[in-house]
Design a protein around this ligand. Structure first.
Ligand code: ZN
Length: 257
C-alpha cells in the first residue's frame, strides 16, 4: 500500500510540475512572429500586412548605431509608437543593440532602462520581453532579466520552443533569411505536441543589414502559408496565456547554474 502510494506520487509529481508551467493547453500550429532591430520596413511593409492577415507580432526595437537617424534604414519613434497603437507588442532589444556579454551588470540594466524610458516617453507600455542582440547570451543577463521581472527572452538556434524544457530566458527561434525557405517551412511543422514555433525576422527587405534580409515576396508566402494552413499567429506577450513564465523560470535549470 505504502509502496504503491510512493510510486503513484513519483508518477504524478513530475506531471504536476509540467501542469503548473502550462497554464492552458498549447494548440498545434501556434506560431509567434518577432521582428528585430526597429528597421524601417517593419512600419512600412510588415505591420500593414500583419493587420491584413489578422496576425499578431512582437517588434524588438532599439536605436541601432550608427545609422539610427537614417530613416530609410530605421523606424522613427513615432513609427514605433504607431505599431503599439495598431495593437502590436513593442519589446526590448537594448537601447543600442549591445551584446549582453560585453556589458557590466550596471551597463546592461542601463541599456534596458533606457529603452524602457524611450517607450514611456512615447506612451508605449513598459516592455516585458527581451531579445538578445546578436543572439549573444550571458548568465549575468538571466540575473538582470529576473530582477526586472521580464517574462521571456528570445535567442536564435533554429528549433522549436518547448515550454516544459526551455528556460523562459532562452527561448529558441528560427531566423528567416533570403535563402532558407526550406528550413522555415520544415520548422513550422514542429508547431505541435506542445511545442511552439517562433520566427525571428529582420527587415522585409532589410536596408540596414542585407545578410539578414527577408525578401517581401518570401515573407508574404510565409503569411499565406500560415493563413492557408490555419496557424494561430500571435505576439510573444500572448504566450503568457499559455505559459507561466515564473514557474518555468523556477523549475527549469539554466546552463552554467
Ligand atoms: Zn538585433
Amino acid at each position: 500500500m505504502r509502496l504503491g502510494f510512493t510510486l503513484l506520487l513519483l508518477l504524478l509529481v513530475p506531471g504536476l510540475g509540467l501542469a503548473q508551467i502550462i497554464r492552458r493547453s498549447i494548440p498545434d500550429k501556434l506560431v509567434v512572429l518577432t521582428f528585430d532591430d526597429g528597421v524601417s520596413t517593419h512600419a512600412t511593409a510588415v505591420a500593414p500586412l500583419l493587420k491584413k492577415y489578422g496576425f499578431g507580432g512582437t517588434f524588438f526595437v532599439c536605436e541601432f548605431p550608427p545609422d539610427f537617424a537614417d530613416k530609410q534604414k530605421y523606424m522613427s519613434w513615432e513609427q514605433i509608437k504607431q505599431l503599439d497603437k495598431m495593437g502590436f507588442e513593442v519589446a526590448n532589444h537594448t537601447l543600442t543593440h549591445k551584446h549582453v556579454g560585453k556589458l557590466t551588470k550596471d551597463q546592461l540594466i542601463g541599456e534596458l532602462d533606457a529603452l524602457e524610458a524611450r517607450c514611456a516617453a512615447y506612451g508605449i507600455p513598459k516592455p516585458v520581453n527581451f531579445a538578445y542582440p546578436g543572439y549573444a547570451i550571458h548568465p549575468q543577463a538571466y540575473e538582470v532579466l529576473g530582477e526586472k521581472d521580464y517574462h521571456f527572452a528570445r535567442i536564435g538556434g533554429d528549433r522549436a520552443y518547448d515550454p516544459t524544457r526551455d528556460h523562459p530566458y532562452l527561448i529558441p527561434s528560427y531566423t528567416t533569411l533570403k535563402d532558407n525557405r526550406e528550413v522555415i517551412l520544415k520548422g513550422l511543422e514542429e508547431a505541435k505536441y506542445g511545442k511552439i514555433v517562433i520566427l525571428t525576422i529582420h527587415g522585409v527587405p532589410d536596408y540596414a543589414h542585407d545578410w539578414v534580409t527577408t525578401p517581401p515576396a518570401l515573407f508574404e508566402e510565409y503569411l499565406n502559408y500560415l493563413r492557408d494552413n490555419n496557424y494561430k499567429v500571435i505576439a510573444l506577450r500572448d504566450l503568457d496565456q499559455y505559459v507561466d513564465w515564473k514557474e518555468a523560470a523556477r523549475v527549469i535549470a539554466l546552463p552554467g547554474r
